[in-house]
Write a protein that binds this ligand. Structure first.
Ligand code: AMP
Ligand code: ZN
Length: 492
């Protein structure tokens, strides 16, 4: 099936025609590993995960998916600097080598990130590569030199800057995100990796070393410029190196449109002499809390670990984060995750019933042909996903079919076909199990702790309730709270 996506370049939904037949290449701007990623960040990576899964399952393409890890930028440098209050205690004392400190900090948070995305059902096997920026410094220096040679870059104060005015004489600046050039401050230079649209000016390609910062040498016109790459050039260089240019789809969060993606594109066009870096530029909207963006700076964020510690099921978290349309804002609430869980379990129950009906302990997709109602269901769900990843419609199609599936009236072949269809849908959503339901006995002492906790909670004795929840967890159970009651489930 042809998949269509909203393209920030054309500002419209367009069918994706792969540059190489049968294959889609995707580059996703990944995390900056200076801190634990929060579930807002995760929404943006889950959007990319759904996109690449839809390409595989609905589009039938092979996918080459690259997500970078930004391990050198203003934030990683600041947080690994000697004496930084953000240095994680778990890492012990810092050493007298800023490069080693940077590496230790970023490796620590990269591991945490990889662990969190795995828990959220983003599978490592789907990535072609997850490059760390510091492993591609050569290509970044190379591109910076090319930009200077082409007349779009210049040295000033030991740094190298992109000359936006020169670029605008030959190219359009503002193709991804409309930039009001009234605010363009010609000749003004900006060093920060992140800046807003009111600060359009010459941005930094290579940043001169300050103090004791980690650095690499870079000789330009016979002069050594010890420093490090700007954030934007990292993705230009890595995407070229790993996917080749142009590639099919570039993803990120909406805040990446400007300046990050605009500058990435300008650098590629200026230095590599190409017309397009990527055919499609796609952006995921924010996860919000109380009407504002979830972000570290507002301190209104939750991490994956926070949610698990509150007893939420990680599959419910994934389901709730992917269930809205990626181009709409999504408001995060705990009740929202619990409600998503109640919806998710309805399909899980159907899968269990189908397994029982077919006398199977488990099911693995086997490309059996599906016909009739199962085929109709598959087509309607896939069609919605193919139309700009319309997850709410896909889910509506799925759930509206539920009452029509009469297990008692299905023969084994039809039941197997439904399993096959749900297996396919789950290859995109990745929130259901295809193994038979196992009922665990709830030991009496666990049931007692649970009712004590429910009482503590209703009396707002939060510390007691938390301690009792931990006791339940140490007995191998998760207590899931609803509005009027709770359930106990074995830890998955
Ligand atoms: P960072 O680690 O800060 O570079 O952010 C990684 C990704 O998370 C970027 O693509 C951001 O656009 C995205 N992001 C940050 N905050 C949110 C949020 N509240 N909702 C969705 N995506 C976000
Ligand atoms: Zn990027």
């Amino acid at each position: 099936m042809i998949v269509s996506l909203y393209n920030a370049l054309s500002k419209s939904v367009q069918p994706v025609k792969p540059l190489t037949e049968g294959e889609i290449s995707i580059y996703s701007c990944g995390p900056t590993v200076y801190n634990t990623a929060h579930i807002g960040n995760m929404r943006s990576f889950l959007f990319a995960d759904i996109l690449q899964r839809v390409m595989r399952v609905v589009g039938g393409y092979g996918v080459r998916w690259v997500m970078n890890i930004t391990d050198i930028d203003d934030k990683t440098i600041a947080d690994s600097a000697m004496g930084s209050s953000s240095w994680p205690k778990e890492l012990g004392a810092q050493v007298d080598d800023s490069m080693v400190n940077l590496r230790r900090l970023t490796e620590y948070y990269s591991e945490m990130f990889l662990n969190d995305i795995a828990r959220l059902g983003i599978e490592r096997k789907h990535f072609l590569a997850m490059p760390r920026a510091t492993d591609y410094i050569d290509e970044m220096r190379n591109l910076t030199q090319k930009i200077i040679d082409a007349g779009y870059g210049y040295v000033s104060g030991g740094s190298v800057y992109f000359n936006v005015a020169a670029y605008r004489k030959t190219h359009t600046y503002g193709r991804i995100f409309h930039v009001d050039m009234e605010n363009f401050r010609e000749g003004v230079r900006i060093d920060a990796d992140e800046y807003d649209r009111d600060s359009v000016s010459d941005f930094v390609l290579w940043k001169a070393r300050k103090g004791n910062e980690p650095f690499w040498d870079f000789t330009v016109a016979g002069e050594n410029l010890p420093g490090r790459p700007g954030w934007h050039i990292e993705c230009s260089a890595m995407s070229k190196q790993l996917l080749g240019l142009p590639f099919d789809v570039h993803t990120g969060g909406v805040d990446n449109r400007f300046p990050h993606h605009e500058d990435e594109l300008a650098q590629c066009c200026a230095g590599y002499h190409i017309v397009e870096q990527a055919t499609f530029w796609c952006h995921g909207e924010f996860l919000e809390v109380d009407g504002g963006k979830m972000s570290k700076s507002l301190n209104n964020f939750y991490t994956v670990t926070d949610l698990l510690e509150r007893g939420l099921d990680i599959r419910d978290v994934r389901f709730s984060l992917i269930s809205g349309h990626y181009r709409n804002k999504l408001n995060f609430t705990f009740d929202g995750v619990v409600a998503a869980g109640k919806t998710r379990i309805r399909i899980q129950q159907l899968i269990w019933q189908l397994l029982k009906k077919t006398n199977l302990k488990s099911y693995i997709g086997s490309d059996i042909s599906v016909l009739g109602e199962p085929l109709f269901l598959q087509q309607s769900v896939y069609t919605a996903l193919a139309e700009d990843l319309h997850m709410p419609r896909a889910l509506a199609e799925l759930f509206s079919a539920l009452p029509k599936i009469m297990i008692a009236e299905l023969d084994i072949s039809q039941a197997t076909q439904y399993l096959e269809v749900l297996w396919g849908v789950n290859c995109v959503l990745n929130v259901w199990e295809f193994t038979e339901q196992i009922f665990a006995e709830i030991p009496e002492h666990v049931a007692k702790i649970a009712s004590a906790r429910w009482l503590a909670k209703s009396e707002k004795r939060w510390a007691d309730a938390d301690a009792l929840r931990d006791e339940i967890a140490s007995n191998g159970f998760v207590m899931k709270d609803g509005k009027d009651g709770y359930t106990l489930e074995p830890v998955p």
